[in-house]
Design a protein around this ligand. Structure first.
Ligand code: AMP
Length: 212
């Protein structure tokens, strides 16, 4: 199964990808996670990407495409759930050279829901587990359930930056959605539903397409 999860920031792409990855034992490849790792390790890519990420802008295509080509281009992954890539039509064209894609799940969410999800999101600074102050609170305030690490708010989850990320998504996603719908690969799912219900819909689509 080689699938892409598309959707605006905060629609639950990461959560759904992680759930799918666990259930079907398929690698979850998140461009955002890989970029954050690069920033944390202060690699060349990380140093270049940092300023764009902090301000909610997209990292330039040439940097992201080179990074993803190294990850996907070596034929290491026969199956994957791609989360956060491609984000632009140019990236989608580049991805065509790297691997075939079986299906694109398009999560659709309202701005109200997105603001609520992202502004309440907290991430473990150590193991990267994700919590939400209302929907999935940790047992102890500010502390990770899994490893006792400190929970932090991502720089780009601050309200002003969220708005910026959403505007950018709106502008860039149209051609991307058109591209995959023309190919007959796009399946829309209501991302405003509770997380388990979204997951149920994702599984139904995958079953219908005989991918699981
Ligand atoms: P995410 O974790 O997917 O929300 O991504 C966090 C940030 O990483 C984004 O706001 C961008 O700055 C950057 N990023 C992740 N994936 C891409 C991509 N495919 N193209 C450009 N920038 C990206």
């Amino acid at each position: 199964m080689r699938i892409i999860i598309l959707g605006p920031p905060g629609t639950g792409k990461g959560t759904q990808s992680r759930m799918l990855s666990e259930q079907f034992n398929i690698p979850h490849v998140s461009s955002g996670d890989i970029l954050r790792e690069n920033v944390a390790k202060k690699t060349d890519i990380g140093k270049k990407a940092d300023v764009f990420m902090k301000t909610g802008q997209l990292v330039p295509d040439n940097i992201v495409v080179k990074m993803m080509t190294e990850i996907l281009g070596k034929g290491k992954y026969k199956h994957f759930i791609l989360d956060g890539f491609p984000r632009t039509i140019n990236q989608a064209h580049e991805l065509e050279h790297l691997t075939p894609i079986d299906l694109v799940i398009n999560l659709i969410s309202s701005e109200k829901m997105i603001m609520e999800r992202l502004s309440g999101r907290r991430v473990c600074s150590s193991c990267k587990a994700v919590f939400h102050i209302k929907n999935m609170p940790p047992k102890k305030d500010g502390v990770c359930n899994n490893c006792n690490g400190k929970l932090i708010q991502r720089d780009d989850d601050k309200p002003e930056t969220i708005k910026n990320r959403l505007r950018i998504y709106e502008i860039l996603s149209d051609p991307l959605i058109f591209f995959y719908s023309q190919k007959g690969l796009l399946r829309d799912i209501d991302g405003d539903q509770p997380i388990p219900k979204i997951f149920g819909d994702v599984i139904s689509v995958l079953k219908k397409e005989k991918l699981v």
